[in-house]
Write a protein that binds this ligand. Structure first.
Ligand code: ASP
Length: 328
């Protein structure tokens, strides 16, 4: 009975796929020998070092979840990366507050938002996933949990960030700049040798944001989403816009309909544009980038403005930076 139900479910899904997009259906049900795996992709230039770390795990047949966590910890721990973890730019009160989330192949999720004093929020997010009955902890509660788990309390505000913040205070004008790095997220998604997907996403968010502001990056469905039958996606850019359209979940749903990762990312960007137009939001002031892989190990990306790139590491592509296509 169970197997008949499964068969019916699968054939319904297959039919639906072909009905939606005859020529573009991807093999969502079963991967075959053509599947590209392992593969890991991540946002921006710092994705290169992050991918290299993730690859060390993937190449040995390791789990995608372990790979993405280890990968994004590289920029988190690098004080020279000014939009993630240690050295991240502070909010307008001079406090470095971090957002991160993680998701595995079994729909396990963990997230922290507005977390201070911890260099690796992604590992705290994983601990939330694995050691609590909850999926998200914020602010003081997240810090209290992290300390109880043995994470060390540290000062994340580097002299460079402190100087920039004091400079910013003179005018106190909140203005995220497109492609200028006063914000950026490391988002990473991977498919491992066993055909399982996972993703991780971590950021200090928009520089000089209001204290308590939470972006898309710790929100499952917005900054990150993984569906082990379909694919995985993550986002960077103006978080408020990504949240509004449940960005990464949207990308996954387009892939489920049979669109390629690049087409799915493009359609999500188009949705952001129509949402922005409804509110007369100037598109020139916005940047959004999505990256995605599907269950077959195909990858793609799309962004609003030119200038977004992402790093790809697979058996064929040995850690290269790719320019995402853009609508403008
Ligand atoms: N998405 C991040 C946020 O809104 C920032 C970025 O990726 O540029 O916090």
């Amino acid at each position: 009975m169970a197997s008949r139900r499964k068969f019916l479910k699968l054939s319904t899904l297959t039919t639906a796929l072909f009905a939606v997009n005859k020529n573009k259906a991807v093999n969502l049900i079963q991967t075959d020998s053509k599947t590209i795996k392992p593969i890991v992709i991540s946002t921006w230039r710092f994705g290169i070092e992050a991918n290299a770390e993730a690859w060390n795990i993937l190449k040995k047949g390791g789990r995608a979840l372990d790979a993405v966590e280890a990968g994004v910890k590289i920029p988190e721990g690098d004080a020279n990366e000014r939009s993630v973890g240690l050295g991240g730019r502070p909010d307008r009160d001079g406090r470095v507050t971090l957002d991160a989330c993680i998701m595995d192949e079994n729909m396990n999720i963990g997230s922290v938002a507005c977390l201070e004093h911890i260099v690796h929020p992604i590992s705290v997010a994983r601990a939330v996933m694995e050691k609590t009955p909850h999926v998200m902890l914020t602010g003081e509660g997240a810090l209290q949990f992290a300390l109880a788990q043995g994470f060390k309390k540290e000062n994340l505000l580097t002299p460079e960030s402190d100087k920039e913040w004091k400079e910013w205070l003179k005018e106190s004008k909140y203005k995220p700049v497109v492609n200028i790095e006063n914000h950026d997220t490391i988002g990473m998604v991977a498919l491992d040798k066993n055909g399982n997907l996972s993703g991780a996403c971590t950021t200090s968010g928009m520089a000089f944001k209001m204290h308590g502001r939470v972006g898309d990056s710790p929100i499952i469905g917005a900054g990150l989403y993984v569906d082990n039958e379909v694919g995985a996606a993550t986002a960077t850019g103006h978080g408020e816009e990504v949240i509004r359209i449940a960005g990464c979940h949207t990308v996954i749903e387009f892939m489920r309909q049979g669109f390629s990762p690049e087409e799915a990312c493009k359609k999500a960007v188009e949705r952001i544009i129509s949402s922005a137009k409804k509110r007369n939001k100037a598109l020139s002031e916005l940047q959004i980038g999505f990256i995605a892989i599907n269950k077959n190990g195909e990858h793609g990306a799309y962004c609003l403005q030119k200038g977004f790139n992402y790093a790809v590491y697979s058996p064929e592509i040995k850690n290269e930076l790719h320019n995402a296509k853009s609508l403008y």
